[in-house]
Design a binder for this molecule. Structure first.
Ligand SMILES: Cc1cc2nc3c(=O)[nH]c(=O)nc-3n(C[C@H](O)[C@H](O)[C@H](O)COP(=O)(O)OP(=O)(O)OC[C@H]3O[C@@H](n4cnc5c(N)ncnc54)[C@H](O)[C@@H]3O)c2cc1C
Length: 310
C-alpha cells in the first residue's frame, strides 16, 4: 500500500456542487427510486479529498457512477451520495503504454480510447453503460472479458481523504465480486478514483469493428427501449439466470410498472410507472419461483440500497 501525500490542499475551499434532496430516479438507469438527502459532485480529485477531509465522521456516504446497476428504494438514501459521473474524467496514455483513467470515465469512452491508440481488449467496455468506478466495484464484464483482468493498479480514496495505490493482490476478485482483503481497510469505506489499465497491441480499425458488432448484438438481444439495469441476477454456476427464469414461465411477469422483459428474461424493465418497490417485489417473486421450481437460488447482481417507503 502506497499513501500519496496531498497536504498542500488542506485549506482549499470546495469547488464541487452540493445539492439537497436529489431525486435518484434521475441518476439511475431504472429511472425510479427515492431521494438522496445530499449529493456532492466533486470538481476533481483534489476537491473530493478536500470534501472528505471536512466531512463529519458519521456521515453515511454512497458512491454512484451512472447508476446502471443500482436500485434506490422509494424511501431514499440517508447521508450523501458522491456523484462521480460527469467528473473525475481524466483519461490519458502513460509513457509505459498503459491507460490512466479516472473513475468517472464511461465504458464507451474507454473502449473508443483503446481503439484510437491501436489497442486490443478494451472493446468490451463499450457494451457496459457504467463508469470505470462502477465497473471496478462490480468487476463488470461481458463476452468473456472482465474489468480486473485489465487492471495494473487502482487509485482509491478513503473517508479521511487519504489516497492509496493498490494492486489486484489486495482484493478478493471474482465474478461480479470485488472486496478488499480482510486485513485491509473496510471496502465500503474506500472508493475507486482511478485505475491504470493494460491492453495488448492491436489494430484500431478491427477494435472499432468489434465495438460496432458487440453494440449491434446488444441492441438485438437486450430491451434497451425501456429503462433497465442490465442483468438482474448473477448466473449460477454452470447455468444462465435468463434460461432458468424463462423455463419457469416468468417472461412477461409484471408487478405494477415492473416487468420481466419479453426480450431477455434476466432483465427487469420499467414500463413507465414502476416504483423501486415494484422492481424489488418482482425480483423477490422471480427468486422465489425459480427456487421453488428448480431448487436453484438466484442472487441479485444489482445493488439495492436505501430505505423502504414507510
Ligand atoms: C443495458 C445494460 C447493460 C449492462 N450490461 C452489463 C454487462 O454486460 N456486464 C456487466 O458487468 N454489467 C452490465 N450492466 C450493469 C452495469 O452497467 C455495470 O454493473 C456497471 O459496472 C455499473 O457502473 P455504474 O457506474 O453505473 O455504477 P453504479 O450503478 O452507479 O454503482 C454500482 C455499484 O458500484 C459502486 N460504485 C460506483 N462507483 C464507485 C467507485 N468509484 N468506487 C467504489 N464503488 C463504486 C456503487 O456504490 C454501487 O454499489 C449493464 C447495465 C445496463 C443498464
Amino acid at each position: 500500500m502506497n499513501m500519496i501525500e496531498s497536504s498542500n490542499i488542506a485549506n482549499t475551499p470546495l469547488r464541487g456542487e452540493m445539492r439537497l434532496q436529489v431525486d435518484m430516479s434521475k441518476h439511475t438507469s431504472w429511472r425510479t427510486g427515492g431521494m438522496a438527502e445530499r449529493m456532492y459532485q466533486p470538481a476533481d480529485l483534489d476537491d473530493l479529498l478536500v470534501y472528505l477531509r471536512g466531512l463529519p465522521s458519521d456521515e453515511p456516504l454512497y458512491a454512484v457512477g451512472l447508476g446502471s446497476n443500482l436500485l434506490v428504494r422509494d424511501g431514499g438514501l440517508r447521508g450523501t451520495v458522491l456523484l462521480l459521473h460527469g467528473t473525475l474524467s481524466a483519461l490519458y496514455l502513460e509513457l509505459d503504454g498503459s491507460i490512466y483513467a479516472e473513475a468517472g470515465v464511461p465504458g464507451a469512452k474507454l473502449a473508443r480510447f483503446g481503439a484510437l491508440h491501436n489497442m486490443q481488449g478494451a472493446e468490451f467496455f463499450a457494451g457496459i453503460p457504467g463508469t470505470l468506478g462502477g465497473m471496478l466495484a462490480m468487476n463488470a464484464g461481458c463476452y468473456g472479458s472482465e474489468t480486473w483482468e485489465k487492471v495494473l493498479r487502482v487509485q482509491t480514496v478513503n473517508r479521511h481523504g487519504e489516497v492509496n495505490i493498490r494492486t489486484a493482490a489486495e482484493y478478493e476478485i471474482g465474478y461480479r465480486h470485488v472486496a478488499l482483503r480482510p486485513s485491509s481497510f473496510p471496502a465500503n469505506e474506500e472508493w475507486f478514483v482511478a485505475a491504470w489499465l493494460q491492453f495488448s497491441n492491436g489494430e484500431g480499425e478491427s477494435a472499432r469493428q468489434a465495438i460496432k458488432a458487440l453494440l449491434n448484438k446488444r441492441v438485438a438481444t437486450q430491451p434497451l427501449n425501456f429503462p433497465n439495469a442490465g442483468s438482474v441476477f448473477r448466473n449460477p454456476e454452470g447455468d444462465h439466470a435468463a434460461r432458468l427464469i424463462e423455463a419457469c414461465g416468468l417472461k412477461g411477469k409484471r408487478i405494477g410498472g415492473a416487468q420481466v422483459s419479453e426480450k431477455h428474461a434476466n432483465f427487469i424493465v420499467n414500463t413507465g410507472t414502476a416504483s423501486a418497490e415494484d422492481i424489488e417485489n418482482l425480483i423477490d417473486e422471480v427468486r422465489h419461483t425459480v427456487e421453488q421450481q428448480t431448487g436453484i437460488c438466484l442472487h441479485p447482481e444489482v445493488r439495492i440500497v436505501g430505505e423502504k417507503k414507510s
